[in-house]
Design a protein around this ligand. Structure first.
Ligand SMILES: Nc1nc2c(c(=O)[nH]1)N[C@H]1C(S)=C(S)[C@@H](COP(=O)(O)OP(=O)(O)OC[C@H]3O[C@@H](n4cnc5c(=O)[nH]c(N)nc54)[C@H](O)[C@@H]3O)O[C@H]1N2
Ligand SMILES: Nc1nc2c(c(=O)[nH]1)N[C@H]1C(S)=C(S)[C@@H](COP(=O)(O)OP(=O)(O)OC[C@H]3O[C@@H](n4cnc5c(=O)[nH]c(N)nc54)[C@H](O)[C@@H]3O)O[C@H]1N2
Ligand SMILES: [Mo]
Length: 667
């Protein structure tokens, strides 16, 4: 995403890809995904020609025939049932094709549809929600500063593999080692991950128990006076602070130890690390282990609360907020929002609309109800990424129109009625526009194409402009113009670093409502109170009952080094790392053969089961099953549930619960 690479081309083929030692941000570093650029580009499964026809029976056609047919069908759907009948889904890879995404956004706006979905509601929507209710804008993304001298606490994130959830770390092994050597690095993760091995402390916590760790820390900070009182007086409201103190009060070390499965001494060790951090500053970075869990919202809220009560946000030894090189959030007046949801999808009024989108949890219902008749997929693979995969796949096969713009065959392409073979990364101009606020410093790239699109591929933005014209809409003539308006220099290809690469202070000065954090949003305080109540203290009859009622085996997510979700799994070694991690005790309890290499996961509802490859290891806590996602033959999303009342979806955000899915394990 932010590394400079040098591709050596010989006779129209990429023969070598290596890190660009002269790149001022990545300084020669690349990850295996970046180095796979050539192999991905030349892959035999690359989409070369447009295809059209009924699901599973598309045949090659000309672009002209495809676009004419598509325009006609979309027009008919709008005439028959209005624009909401046409839905768009933006996947993770749509963000890296800036012109394509702009064109898709424009077409969607021109259509006037409300049916917009993206990977946000299956990834980390809790983060945008908490940013909105606490800071006044969903666009605030705290970013880890590799140069911090304060303590760093990672919860449910494994940057050595993922490069950080939203901070796109370059050379994460070096960054983690540096953090561990300075203010200290602590990792809470049910797995002994590659990152945990580099940390000063690893808390092997029970899945889903993160709020207990954070509530314990917030309580201790307030009780011991480790907070930054002067800052809090200026930047928060006293009543809110009192509400926080009350909500975390039950979370003593013993109770937190009980809930997390840790020894009290381990939690005290973490508190000690905070006590000795300069100024008690701390950066808390959460990842998908937390944002996909049932307690996602309160985990994120308590993570922010800990950073706010210690005065860590925008402090030189705490997290900063990247305003983007092109987005320039620090120079704009951000629309203030307070967390009120928009109306949800018609078939699922129990779920909210948020941030101009509808939750992916509702897509299958919307198709089944006939509300969505066409779906346009950009840079994503909903068949593996979205919940309740079997039901969704059946629903998608019933669509009148399923447009998939991709670069390679996929499980979703296989269902398409209209396949758009679009130009890949080496075949188009790219500007780092939609990824602008994620890098570890404020900079932008503009890279020209290396090749012109091969075979019958076309650049997505051009395809969509033509489709728009056929529907009678005005196309955008210069997609770069909007970016150039923000930063004239990006007209020319190159790399641009801001004069102030990690600005601090703009959120406090320009964004916070009345200059103060909203420390105790009532919806979150209530969620924590409920969570606390559902987790009674040790020794009580209610406590034992709750523990006995808790499923003993849950699926948790993990990322693989050489894939990007479902992307790159077809290339050499991309498909190797697919095993589910299982603790020996869990294996024994489930009656697995100690030498077993496969096992079956059974969903607790319905009769869904999934045979998976396993690896028996004590690098994971008993009861947790760490499952990689994005695979076709081993699609973990068949285990997620979305039906109303099924407990598979967070009611505040519409987020699908993908971490801590109860299952039964068998041979
Ligand atoms: N059960 C479960 N579900 C999950 C997750 C989980 O851990 N467990 N993770 C969730 C998360 S965090 C995310 S982000 C989503 C991911 O969900 P999606 O974004 O929908 O899925 P990806 O697998 O990232 O999509 C990859 C597709 O983009 C295509 N692609 C690659 N390059 C390009 C390009 O240049 N242009 C275009 N147009 N397409 C391209 C790839 O070929 C591939 O088909 O899944 C979510 N779903
Ligand atoms: N190589 C590679 N890099 C990627 C991706 C990829 O597929 N491959 N995907 C990209 C995408 S789309 C995303 S969203 C990011 C995700 O980035 P991360 O969020 O860092 O994802 P992971 O590396 O899976 O780390 C999640 C960790 O959470 C742990 N975990 C699971 N459940 C719990 C829990 O209840 N509590 C705690 N504390 N931990 C838990 C898991 O064991 C796992 O180690 O990575 C991005 N980068
Ligand atoms: Mo993601």
């Amino acid at each position: 995403m932010q590394c400079g690479v040098v591709a050596t081309v010989d006779d129209g083929r990429v023969v070598r890809v290596r890190g660009d030692a002269d790149h001022p941000v990545s300084r020669g570093y690349t990850c295996p995904k970046g180095r796979a650029l050539g192999e991905f580009h030349h892959h035999p499964l690359r989409l070369d020609r447009p295809r059209m026809g009924p699901t599973g029976h598309t045949v090659e056609v000309s672009w002209d025939a495809l676009l004419a047919d598509l325009a006609q069908r979309l027009g008919q759907i709008v005439d028959r049932q209005g624009p909401d009948g046409i839905a768009v889904y933006f996947g993770t890879w749509s963000w890296i094709d800036a012109f394509g995404k702009r064109a898709a956004d424009r077409l969607w706006r021109q259509l006037g549809s409300r049916s917009r979905y993206s990977a946000l509601s299956v990834d980390a929507i809790a983060r945008s929600f908490v940013a909105e209710v606490m800071g006044g804008s969903p666009s605030l993304i705290p970013s880890l500063d590799p140069d911090t001298r304060g303590l760093t606490l990672l919860l449910g994130s494994n940057p050595v593999v993922s490069h950080g959830h939203s901070s796109g770390l370059v050379d994460p092994v070096t960054v983690m080692r540096t953090l561990a050597g300075r203010g200290g690095l602590w990792v809470a993760d049910p797995r002994r991950t590659e990152t945990a091995r580099l940390a000063n402390g690893h808390l092997a916590i029970s899945p889903g128990s993160d709020p207990a760790v954070l509530a314990f820390l917030v309580r201790a900070v307030l009780a011991e006076g480790l907070d930054d009182r002067g800052y809090l007086n200026r930047r928060s409201v006293a009543d809110d602070l009192a509400a926080v103190a009350r909500a975390v009060e039950p979370w003593t070390v013993d109770r937190a130890a009980e809930r997390t499965g840790l020894a009290p001494g381990e939690l005290d060790g973490l508190l000690d690390a905070l006590r000795s951090s300069p100024g008690h500053k701390v950066t808390v970075a959460t990842g998908t282990g937390c944002t996909m869990a049932a307690a996602a919202n309160i985990t994120e809220w308590l993570a922010w609360t800990l950073q706010i009560v210690t005065g860590s946000f925008e402090h030189p030894d705490g997290a900063w907020f990247n305003p983007g090189y092109l987005m320039r959030l620090d120079e704009r007046t951000l629309a203030r929002s307070d967390g009120r949801p928009a109306p949800g999808p018609a078939s699922r009024p129990d779920l909210p609309g948020r941030f101009g989108e509808l939750p992916c949890a509702a897509l299958a219902d919307e198709i089944e109800a006939g509300n969505v008749r066409a779906l346009l997929v950009f840079g994503g693979n909903p068949v593996t990424a979205l919940p309740d995969a079997r039901r969704l796949t059946e629903a998608m096969a019933q669509l009148e129109v399923l447009v998939v713009a991709d670069v390679i065959e996929s499980d979703t392409v296989a269902l398409a009625t209209h396949v758009l073979p679009v130009a890949g990364q080496l075949e188009r101009t790219d500007v780092s526009f939609y990824t602008d606020v994620f890098p570890t410093m404020r900079f932008a790239h503009h890279t020209p194409p290396v090749f012109s699109p091969a075979a019958d591929r076309r650049v997505l933005s051009e395809v969509l402009a033509e489709l728009g014209s056929r529907l009678g809409y005005e196309p955008e003539t210069d997609p770069l113009a909007a970016m150039v308006r923000m930063a004239p220099e990006v007209r020319e290809p190159g790399l641009y670093i801001a004069d102030e690469p990690r600005p601090r202070g703009w959120v406090h000065e320009r964004v916070l409502p009345d200059g103060r954090w909203r420390l105790a949003p009532s919806a979150l305080v209530e969620q924590l109170d409920r969570w606390t109540e559902a987790e009674p203290g040790s020794g009580t009859a209610a406590g034992r009952e709750a523990r006995n009622g808790r499923p003993t085996t849950v699926v948790i997510p993990r990322r693989s080094l050489r894939r990007m979700n479902s992307g790159l799994r077809d290339i050499a070694r991309g498909g190797d790392d697919i095993a589910v991690w299982v603790h020996p005790l869990t294996a024994a309890e489930a009656g697995l053969d100690p030498n077993a290499t496969t096992a079956v996961l059974h969903a607790m509802t319905g009769d869904t089961e999934l045979r998976v490859e396993i690896r028996i290891t004590d690098d994971i806590v008993p009861g947790a099953l760490a499952v990689p996602h994005g695979l076709a033959g081993q699609n973990v999303s068949v285990l997620t549930a979305t039906r109303p009342g099924g407990g598979g979806v967070d009611p505040l955000t519409g987020m699908v619960i993908q971490s801590g899915i109860p299952v039964r394990l068998s041979q």
